[in-house]
Design a protein around this ligand. Structure first.
Ligand code: NCD
Length: 309
């Protein structure tokens, strides 16, 4: 039932029951944290290793552990470590293993890095993003935000917009949505950035989905519009990037003209795909979504460490 001692490498390591239970636990933690930090993780240590830039994921994991009363040891920027001397990821993980952390949170540019780490260490590993592949705790944050706003995940229609090819959050979001009943996904992207075949292979039969490049034609049917940034840094060829740069931009006028008011989510950071005039709309939930990252990650840490709340 609980995730005690488990790795979370793929979103598929979680079930819909795990999601629902973690949502309830996050709710409890929200209330408890309002009164101040807890002391339940005293004497526990979480190691965070971010080999790629991060604001929300690293900070929300760190805040979550601080609010549970535990300690965080951060690897720091990789250019201050022995990575610059040529140390391999496997050796780095072996060292952390020897220091007896209770949990390792790893972000790395290479797909499969977290899986590799989990094979080396007996410490549970949580994938905080591996290249273009997966970002399971972002999916947890995304689904929690939808559940909190709409009261359900079953039966909703979600448009996932932007860079579905190089982005890891669309992949993890698709896997998580496919675990619930009666969900419909519209993959909205230029052909060059459409969702990868490995993702549709995995979700087909469990969720209804369609691909389109025409946002306006589906906007009115969406309960949720999940906007993503074009992942400039992951394009092997800048010519390709220039072809798709700025393809979509959500602004107040587009939403008014469509008459639609779906929840608007974004994993952030945004570049230019959501205009700032959208921020004040009641259905724009991306800052709330970012804030929710703390309590859902706290719930996950608590389960994996087997903490008594
Ligand atoms: C995302 C990521 O790192 O994949 N950011 C995040 O964790 N909130 C999205 C992105 O970088 O575009």
């Amino acid at each position: 039932m609980s995730l005690k001692g488990r790795d979370v490498i793929s979103t598929c390591d979680l079930s819909s029951q795990d999601f629902s239970r973690l949502f309830e636990e996050a709710e409890e933690l929200r209330v408890l944290f309002e009164k101040g930090p807890l002391n339940v993780a005293r004497s526990r240590i979480m190691a965070t290793l971010f080999f790629e830039p991060s604001t929300r994921t690293r900070l929300s994991f760190t805040y979550a552990m601080a609010k549970l009363g535990g300690q965080v040891v951060d690897f720091g920027p990789k250019d201050t470590t022995s990575v610059v001397k040529g140390e391999t990821l496997s050796d780095t993980i072996r060292i952390i293993n020897g220091y007896d952390a209770d949990l390792i949170v790893l972000r790395h540019g290479l797909e499969g890095a977290s899986r590799l780490a989990s094979e080396i260490t007996r410490v549970p590993v949580v994938n905080a993003g591996d290249g273009s592949r997966e970002h399971p705790t972002q999916a947890l944050t995304d689904l929690y935000t939808i559940w909190k706003a709409l009261g359900r995940i079953d039966g909703i229609t979600v448009g996932i917009l932007g860079d579905l090819k190089y982005g890891r959050t669309p992949t993890s979001l698709s896997y998580s949505l496919s675990m619930f009943k009666g969900v419909k996904i519209f993959f909205i992207a230029p052909d060059l950035l459409q969702i990868r075949g490995e993702v549709t292979e995995k979700i087909k039969g469990n969720v209804d989905f369609e691909s389109t490049n025409d946002l306006r034609s589906v906007l009115g049917r969406l309960d949720v519009l999940y906007v993503t940034r074009i992942q400039k840094e992951r394009f092997p060829d800048m010519e390709e990037y220039l072809k798709v740069k700025g393809t979509y931009r959500i602004d107040g006028q587009l939403l008014r003209e469509s008459g639609a008011s779906p929840l608007i989510l974004h994993p952030l950071p945004r570049v230019d795909e959501i205009s700032m005039d959208v921020d004040e709309l009641p259905n724009a939930k991306y800052f709330e979504q970012a804030a929710n990252g703390v309590i859902v990650r706290a719930a996950l840490i608590a389960e994996i460490m087997g903490l008594e709340i």
